[in-house]
Design a protein around this ligand. Structure first.
Ligand code: AMP
Ligand code: MG
Length: 501
């Protein structure tokens, strides 16, 4: 047992009070000589923990899974899910261990999970480990998404070890400490449904409703709370996906076991932020069919909700009302994406022709492979009374077909004039929703190479820290970090990401 600053946390493992067939209790497999890689100050503060204290060996050891924290009772949860459209009867925490729930400084319970802490009964062919590369990516992106205002699991820290891990090449091991109110997935429900274990299914739904959707109980008796739950999950999922689309985030592996019942971004793997816009962009090299392409994400989320809906039919009573509840998604997504796009364009009101204006622009961005992030940021500088949008750093410069963009701006300017838009106010509004800084692949790659000490250099985590700091304020100008807002350099063209992590 360790007496680190984390030992002072007030633990309460609600998930661990569910029956034994929801999980397997087991201790992490120690990693040799763990070392500190990075920690998130804001995540630490959420737990009421001094961020500087996370560097000490009494924290590094337990967060690397090399010691068990007093007050915790680690377990691996079981779930299943549809992977690339195919039902897989048993998945589960194959390399993650839930430590329990810790009372945060916000009064809420935050479940802490160690990802990469060794094999579990659900590891299948896997080694139970995570490599430093993907752990840094998950850590940075979790915190970056949070700073963008997008629902996500959080990341407290990354600890590393020189223990070898075999992927396409030999890499080294790391553990990310993730935080979320709950790690329950759509696949957690599918597991009990497909096994015909309806009593357990009801227990799980009760756990989720009581803990996170208590208002669903007000919907009435019988099937009503479960239908209310489905509607609420559909609504949250719709909001999440609309936000992903807005910032150009591609998840890469939207299997139902990677869909959070709380509508959080979860399980960061081969994700990517789109640089040059392509609606068909596929960030996961292993996704040969493009099932999880950027433009498919809204439809895939709906399909995944159908899997959840089907799993809940024993509780909701019949397929038809379940299906009707799932239609919430279509309505909510339509509303949410319209809101997101209006905000990105700095439009205060809505008009009947807006959809066409937006579609035309997205088509232009696609045809010109315009950098998604740079474009929206630059668009805020366009003046309503300008003739053409010229000059240094103008949005126009991002298009090969400038005439087509100029034609679009004629209509956009007319639209802005109709709502008497003030240039300065609109620019400020747009810059609050269009980030200057996102975790582009090449930025993560530079930080990873330095952290690994590629080329025989000593390990250096300063770039991870620097990137974390820049990404913590994605909407601020931060002129000293302008380089982090640039389109990818030529060398980054060859970067490829697979499921292997
Ligand atoms: P993912 O799609 O990456 O979230 O993972 C799918 C399933 O594979 C989950 O059940 C994971 O726990 C499991 N898994 C992935 N990588 C490993 C690994 N290296 N060792 C054990 N299980 C793994
Ligand atoms: Mg997963």
């Amino acid at each position: 047992m360790s007496h680190s600053p984390l030992a002072g946390l007030d633990w309460d493992n609600a998930f661990g009070r569910l029956p034994g067939d929801f999980y397997t209790r087991l201790a992490p497999t120690p990693l040799p000589e763990p070392y500190f890689v990075a920690a998130s100050t804001t995540a630490a503060q959420l737990l009421g923990v001094d961020p500087d204290a996370l560097r000490g060996p009494d924290v590094v050891e337990p967060l690397a899974g090399s010691a068990v924290l007093a007050g915790t009772d680690p377990l691996a949860a079981v779930y299943s899910g549809h992977q690339f459209g195919v039902y897989v009867p048993q998945l589960g925490d194959g390399r993650a261990l839930l430590l329990g729930g810790a009372r945060g400084s916000d009064g809420n319970l935050w479940e802490l999970q160690l990802k990469g802490a060794g094999r579990t009964p659900y590891s299948r062919m896997g080694d139970g480990r995570a490599v430093l590369r993907s752990s840094i990516r998950e850590f940075l992106c979790s915190e970056a998404m949070h700073a963008l205002g997008i629902p996500t699991t959080r990341a407290l820290a990354v600890m590393g070890s020189d223990a070898p891990v075999f992927r396409e090449t030999v890499e080294t091991a790391a553990v990310v400490t993730r935080m979320a109110p709950s790690f329950v997935r759509f696949g957690s429900f599918e597991y009990f449904y497909w096994r015909g274990e309806h009593e357990q299914l009801a227990r799980l739904a009760g756990h989720v409703i009581d803990g996170f959707y208590p208002q669903c109980r007000d919907a009435g008796d019988g099937a009503a709370p479960y239908l209310a739950l489905l509607r609420e999950v559909a609504r949250r999922t719709a909001l999440l996906i609309a936000q992903w689309q807005g910032v150009g985030f591609c998840h890469g592996v939207m299997n139902t076991d990677n869909m959070s019942i709380l509508g959080l971004t979860i399980d960061y793997g081969p994700f990517g932020f789109i640089d040059g816009f392509d609606a068909g962009h596929v960030c996961n090299h292993s996704d040969e069919q493009g099932r999880y392409a950027y433009g498919q994400q809204p439809a895939v989320a709906h399909w995944n909700l159908y899997c959840l809906g089907q799993a809940l039919v024993p509780l909701t009573g019949d397929a038809e009302t379940t299906q009707a509840a799932l239609e919430t998604y279509t309505d909510e997504y339509g509303k949410a994406i319209a809101e997101v796009m209006h905000a990105k364009l700095g439009l205060a009101a809505t008009e009947p022709g807006d959809d066409a204006l937006i579609d035309r622009l997205v088509g232009l961005l696609h045809d010109n492979r315009t950098d998604w992030t740079l474009f929206w940021r630059r668009l805020s500088r366009l003046r309503t009374d300008g003739e053409v949008d010229g000059g240094d750093g103008a949005a126009r410069d991002l298009f090969a077909d400038r005439a087509a963009f100029d034609a679009w701006t004629v209509d956009y300017r007319a639209r802005l004039r109709r709502e008497a838009s003030s240039d300065a106010e609109r620019a400020a509004r747009m810059n609050r929703v269009n980030p200057k800084y996102v975790l582009r692949n090449h930025l993560a790659e530079v930080a990873i190479r330095r952290a690994r000490g590629d080329g025989g250099e000593p390990r250096d985590f300063a770039e991870v820290e620097r990137l974390l700091r820049v990404l913590a304020r994605p909407y601020d100008e931060q002129p000293e970090s302008d380089d982090y807002a640039k389109a990818p350099p030529a060398w980054a063209g060859g970067l490829s990401l697979s499921c292997s992590s």
